[in-house]
Ligand binder design. Structure first.
Ligand code: FAD
Length: 848
C-alpha cells in the first residue's frame, strides 16, 4: 500500500511511524511544506522566552531518523497543492527547486493543522506584527527581537498561546501588555477560576487589558515618513484608548486548514474543518484526516466541535494509521480519539491551570443542566513542608455524571485534573471519585486526596447532605436582606466578610444556636467552604434551614476584587497598579533593621492558620522587631495587607516563589509611614499597647443604638490609627454589651425584672430619637445594610479584634443586676480606677 501523508508534525508524524510499525511493506511518503517535521509547537513560546535555548531541542524527530529508522520518504519544503481524487494523485510543489510534480497514493492522510486567525484590521500587516505557529515563525520573531531590541510588546489574545507568550516575553525582559476581548484570559476556565491567573499575570508585571479588542494598528513609519525614526506601533482599542508597542504578537485563535480538502471537494464542517467520521474517513473513503484540521465529537455534548490540541492530534494520527491498514474493524466499539473532552493545562509563571470537560459557561451555552462544587485543598498533607493551595471546581449532572473540572494552583493541579479526566472518559460519576484509591504519602498527597474531596462535596450536594448556594447568588440575597452567618474566626471576619453577615466563629456556634433565626434560610460561610459545611450540618440538625456558600468567602471575594483590579487596569491603560501588585522587592522603609527577627512557617495552612500564626508571632515581638513568615495560602497576600492596615503593623515585603509567600512584617508602624510620628508599640489584636499619651477614652452611659454606633465608629477609627482605646460602659450603656441569648444565671426578683425590661444586647437597642416603637430602628438598620455600613454587632467585634479595651463598670452591673456571664466574651469588669488610669494617658475623653 502506498500512503501519502500531508503535514509532518503532530498528527502526520505519528501516523507515519505507526504505519511503519504495523507494516514493513507500506510505502510511506510524508510531505511537509515547512523546513522541519515533527517539531515541538508546544515548546515554541519557551524558546522565545529563553527557557529552551538550543534550537535543536525543538525538533522531536529529525527527518533523517524518520528516513533511516522508519523508512519514511520525508520530503520537506514540499507543499501539496492539489488532490486529484479521480486519478488518486496529489500535486506537489517542491519549494526548494520550484518544481511541481504528481505523486500517486492508495491512501491519503491529511494532517495540515490550523493556521493563526488574523482579523482583517487596518494596519494588521505592519512591520513588527507577528503570528506564531511554526518553528520558522519562532525563528523570525527571535531574530526580530535580537536585531531590533524591542522594549515593549502587546500580545493580542489571551488563550493558551497568548498567555504563554506573555510570560515568556516578560521573562525575556520586555514590557508586556496583554489585550483580550473577553473579560478573562484562558476561556476554557470559568471566570472565577481565571482570576488567580489574572492576579498572577499582574503580579508578574504583565499589564492586562481585558474586555477590549484591537480596532486598528498603525506604525509610526506610516505616519512619519522618515527612515531613521524608531517604529513603535500604535494600537487603537475598542474603547478608543491607545497602546504603543515595539512588537505585536497576534494570538487570536486558529482556523482549521482545510483549503486543500475543500478544493478537492471533500466535505467540510464546523468552522470550515475537514469533516470526518469516527474512523477519520473523510467523504472520500481513501482519504483520511486528523488533527487540528478536523472537528471532533465532544464527549460532553455529543456535538461536533473544534478542539485543537496536541494530545488528540497525536492519538488520531496513530489510530488513523491502524484503521488505514486494518480497516474500520480495528476500532474498539465506542473508543476513538475523535471523542474529545478537551483536557488541557497551561503554566503561567509559577501557576498552573488545568481543565477537562466542559466549563460552566459551555454547559450554559449548550443548555446542559449541571450542579457544581468548589474546594480549596492543599497539594499534599499540610503538615509536610511546602504544601501549596489550589482551587478546584467540578461540574456534574444530577445523576452524578462528571461534566467537567478545573483547577488552579502551584503543584499537583495537572495530576488531579488528569484523574478526574480519566474517570470522566470512562463515564464515571462523582461517587466514583469518592471511592478512588489514589497513591498517598504526606509529601505528595493527602489521605483524602483533593479528587476524593471533590467527590465528597459533590456527593453531599446530590445526597442532600449539604444545601449550597453559589458566590454569584450572594449579592442578590444581600439585596433581599437574607441572613448570612460568617463562621470564620473573628480575626478572619475582621479582614473581610459578606456585607451584613453576622459573625459567630464555628467553635462558638453550638453554644450560640439560640442567636440564629429559625424561620428563615441561613446562609453560612467561612473562608473556603469547609467550616461552612460543618456549620450548616450542625444547624440543619438543629432544625435551622442552613445553606453553605460553596467555595466560601474566598470564591465570593475573588470576583469582587477582580472588578476593582479591572478598573485599575483601565485607569492605568494596562499599566498594572501598585495596589494590585504583590510587592516583589522590599518596600523601602526608613528604619534600621532591628536585631530580633522571628521566623514563622505557616506553609500548608489554610486560613485562618497563617493569620493566626502572624498574630501569635507578633505578640512575642517588641515594637520595631521583624516577623518573617512563609505561607502558601493564596489569600495570604491580600489578607496580610489588610491585617497590617487594621492592626497598625508594617508590611515590609512580600515575595512569592512557586506558590510560597515570604513576608516580612515589622511590629508597629515604621518611621516614614503615616502616623509614624505617633509610634505605636503594638496593635496586634487582643493586645494592649503601651500608651504614648494620645490614647482615647470614652464613657458610654447611653444604651441608645445611634449613640452606641457613634461610640464604636470612633473607637474603631482611633484603633485603626494605632491609638489605644478604652471604652467604659456604665448604667444603660451596659446593655450594649449583653449577649443576645438568654444566659441562665441566678438573680433575685428585682434583678430578674430589670433584666427582662432592659434590651438584651446590641441587636435590641432602639434609637434615641424617631424610634417610633421600633420602626425607626428597623428602617435605620435596613439603610445601614443597603449602604454596607457595619452593624453595631460587627463594629463591636471589629473593635475588640483590634485591641479596643471594653470595660464594664462593676458597680453599675451590681446595681442593675447584670452578671458577668451575660456579657460578651472579652469584656473586662473594671472599677472607676481602671478607667481613670486609662483616661490620664488619653488626650481625648468622650462621654456618650
Ligand atoms: P500541526 O502540528 O500544526 O502540523 C501541520 C503541518 O502541516 C504544518 O507543519 C504545516 O506546515 C503542514 N502543512 C499544512 N498544509 C500543508 C500542505 N498543503 N502541504 C504540506 N504540508 C502542509 N497543544 C497542546 O495540547 N498543548 C500545548 O501546550 C500546545 N502549545 C502550543 C503552542 C503553540 C505555539 C502552537 C502553535 C500550538 C500549540 N498547541 C498545543 C497545539 C498543537 O501544537 C496542535 O494541536 C497540534 O500540533 C496539531 O497537530 P496537527 O498535526 O493537526 O497540525
Amino acid at each position: 500500500m502506498k500512503v501519502i501523508i500531508v503535514g509532518g508534525v503532530a498528527g502526520g508524524a505519528s501516523a507515519a511511524t505507526r504505519l511503519r510499525r504495523l507494516s514493513e511493506d507500506a510505502e510511506i511518503i510524508l510531505f511537509e511544506k515547512g523546513e522541519y517535521i515533527s517539531y515541538a509547537n508546544c515548546g515554541l513560546p519557551y524558546y522565545l522566552g529563553g527557557t529552551i535555548t538550543d534550537r535543536e531541542r525543538l525538533i522531536v524527530t529529525k527527518a533523517e531518523l524518520l528516513r533511516d529508522r522508519f523508512a519514511v520518504d520525508v520530503r520537506v519544503r514540499s507543499e501539496v497543492t492539489a488532490i486529484n481524487r479521480t486519478t488518486k494523485t496529489v500535486t506537489v510543489h517542491d519549494l526548494s527547486v520550484n518544481r511541481t510534480y504528481e505523486e500517486s497514493y492508495d491512501k491519503l492522510l491529511l494532517s495540515p493543522g490550523a493556521y493563526p486567525k488574523v482579523f482583517d484590521l487596518p494596519g494588521v500587516k505592519s512591520e513588527g506584527i507577528f503570528t506564531l505557529r511554526t518553528l520558522t515563525d519562532t525563528y523570525i520573531i527571535d531574530d526580530y527581537i535580537r536585531l531590533k531590541d524591542p522594549k515593549s510588546v502587546v500580545i493580542v489574545g489571551g488563550g493558551f498561546i497568548g498567555v504563554e507568550m506573555a510570560e515568556n516575553l516578560k521573562e525575556r525582559g520586555l514590557d508586556v501588555t496583554l489585550v483580550e476581548f473577553m473579560d478573562q484570559v484562558l476561556t476554557f476556565l470559568d471566570k472565577e477560576m481565571a482570576i488567580p491567573i489574572h492576579q498572577n499575570l499582574r503580579e508578574n508585571g504583565v499589564h492586562l487589558r481585558l474586555g477590549v479588542g484591537v480596532k486598528s494598528f498603525e506604525s509610526l513609519q506610516c505616519r512619519i515618513n522618515g527612515p531613521d525614526v524608531s517604529k513603535p506601533l500604535t494600537l487603537t482599542l475598542s474603547d478608543d484608548s491607545l497602546l504603543t508597542a515595539d512588537l505585536v504578537i497576534l494570538c487570536t485563535g486558529v482556523v482549521p486548514d482545510s483549503s486543500l480538502a475543500s478544493k478537492a471537494g471533500l466535505s467540510t464542517g464546523v468552522g470550515g474543518c475537514i469533516q470526518v467520521d469516527d474512523t477519520f474517513h473523510t467523504s472520500d473513503t481513501d482519504i483520511f484526516a486528523v488533527g487540528d484540521a478536523i472537528c471532533v465529537t465532544s464527549m460532553i455534548s455529543g456535538k461536533e466541535v473544534l478542539i485543537p490540541l496536541a494530545g488528540p492530534a497525536n492519538k488520531q494520527g496513530r489510530e488513523a494509521a491502524e484503521i488505514m491498514l486494518a480497516g474500520k474493524a480495528s476500532v474498539h466499539s465506542g473508543k476513538s480519539a475523535r471523542f474529545v473532552q478537551g483536557s488541557s493545562v497551561v503554566k503561567v509563571f509559577d501557576l498552573l491551570a488545568a481543565s477537562t470537560g466542559f466549563s460552566e459557561k459551555q454547559l450554559q451555552r449548550e443548555g446542559i443542566e449541571y450542579k457544581k462544587t468548589y474546594i480549596h485543598p492543599t497539594s499534599h498533607s499540610s503538615y509536610y513542608p511546602n504544601a501549596t493551595n489550589m482551587s478546584m471546581k467540578m461540574l456534574f449532572a444530577a445523576d452524578g455524571k462528571i461534566l467537567g473540572a478545573q483547577a488552579v494552583g502551584y503543584e499537583g493541579v495537572d495530576k488531579r485534573i488528569d484523574v478526574v479526566a480519566t474517570v470522566l472518559r470512562l463515564g464515571g460519576t462523582v461517587y466514583d471519585l469518592e471511592d478512588l484509591e489514589l497513591c498517598y504519602a504526606p509529601p505528595v498527597s493527602s489521605a483524602k486526596d483533593p479528587v476524593n474531596m471533590l467527590g465528597f462535596t459533590a456527593a453531599n450536594i446530590l445526597k442532600g447532605d449539604m444545601k449550597v448556594i453559589y458566590p454569584e447568588q450572594v449579592d442578590g440575597l444581600i439585596a433581599s436582606e437574607a441572613y448570612f452567618l460568617d463562621v470564620s474566626t473573628r480575626d478572619e471576619a475582621a479582614m473581610g466578610s459578606i456585607p451584613g453577615a453576622v459573625s459567630i466563629p464555628l467553635d462558638e456556634l453550638r453554644d450560640r444556636l439560640s442567636e440564629i433565626p429559625t424561620g428563615t434560610p441561613v446562609y453560612v460561610f467561612c473562608r473556603v467552604g469547609l467550616r461552612g459545611y460543618i456549620a450548616s450540618r450542625m444547624l440543619n440538625q438543629h432544625g435551622i434551614n442552613a445553606y453553605n456558600v460553596s467555595g466560601g468567602y474566598r470564591t465570593y471575594n475573588v470576583l469582587r476584587q477582580e472588578a476593582k483590579a479591572i478598573k485599575q487596569d483601565i485607569a492605568g491603560n494596562g499599566k498594572t497598579s501598585a495596589e494590585t501588585v504583590v510587592v516583589t522587592a522590599p518596600v523601602p522603609v526608613h528604619v534600621a533593621m532591628p536585631a530580633k527577627t522571628l521566623s514563622v512557617d505557616a506553609c500548608g495552612l489554610s486560613c485562618p492558620g497563617p493569620i493566626m500564626k502572624v498574630a501569635g508571632g507578633m505578640k512575642d515581638l517588641m515594637p520595631g522587631e521583624i516577623l518573617h513568615i512563609t505561607a502558601t495560602d493564596p489569600a495570604f497576600a491580600s489578607d496580610i495587607n489588610v491585617w497590617c492596615e487594621r492592626t497598625g503593623n508594617t508590611l515590609l515585603a512580600i515575595k512569592r516563589d512557586k506558590g510560597v509567600y515570604t513576608v516580612d512584617l515589622q511590629k508597629g508602624l515604621a518611621a516614614g509611614t503615616d502616623n509614624a510620628s505617633n509610634p505605636v508599640s503594638s496593635c496586634v489584636p487582643g493586645t494592649s499597647p503601651a500608651s504614648s499619651g494620645n490614647d482615647k477614652t470614652m464613657v458610654i452611659f447611653s444604651g441608645d443604638l445611634d449613640k452606641a454606633l457613634a461610640a464604636f465608629i470612633i473607637a474603631n477609627g482611633a484603633a485603626s490609627m494605632g491609638r489605644k482605646v478604652t471604652l467604659f460602659f456604665t448604667f444603660w450603656g451596659l446593655n450594649i454589651l449583653r449577649k443576645s441569648t438568654h444566659v441562665p444565671v441566678k438573680k433575685n426578683l428585682v434583678e430578674k425584672m430589670f433584666g427582662f425590661m432592659m434590651p438584651r444586647g446590641a441587636g435590641k437597642l432602639g434609637l434615641s430619637r424617631m424610634n417610633m416603637g421600633g420602626m425607626g430602628t428597623k428602617m435605620i438598620k435596613g439603610i445601614m445594610k443597603q449602604k454596607n455600613v457595619q452593624s453595631l454587632e460587627e463594629l463591636i467585634q471589629a473593635a475588640m479584634a483590634s485591641g479596643v479595651r471594653v470595660l464594664a463598670c462593676q458597680m453599675s452591673m451590681d446595681l442593675m443586676g447584670i452578671k458577668e456571664e451575660e456579657l460578651l466574651d472579652g469584656v473586662e469588669l473594671a472599677g472607676v480606677a481602671t478607667f481613670l488610669g486609662s483616661a490620664e494617658l488619653s488626650d481625648t475623653n468622650l462621654f456618650i
